[in-house]
Design a protein around this ligand. Structure first.
Ligand SMILES: [Zn+2]
Length: 79
């Protein structure tokens, strides 16, 4: 039997925050983007289970990124 599996598949969920944050890098006051990036283990090109999930907050202008914990992400998401 020939199995095709991979670990390259990624999905990305982004949400724009309602609050305005200051970016220290580009010096703009903008609504930052909350991002949840999931890397999947896939079989026959179908995502089966996630093996890595990362949470980030980034400035939409210069892409200045802050890495968040899952708890921080959930808190921001509910704002
Ligand atoms: Zn910026």
């Amino acid at each position: 039997m020939f199995l095709i599996f991979g670990i390259g598949h990624q999905t990305n969920n982004t949400i724009q925050l309602k609050e305005i944050n200051h970016c220290s890098r580009c010096n703009n006051n903008v609504k930052w983007i909350l991002s949840k990036q999931t890397s999947w283990f896939s079989l026959f090109f179908i995502p089966i289970f996630p093996y890595k999930i990362s949470y980030e907050l980034f400035c939409p202008i210069c892409r200045n990124t802050i890495v968040l914990s899952k708890r921080e992400y959930e808190e921001k998401r509910l704002l």
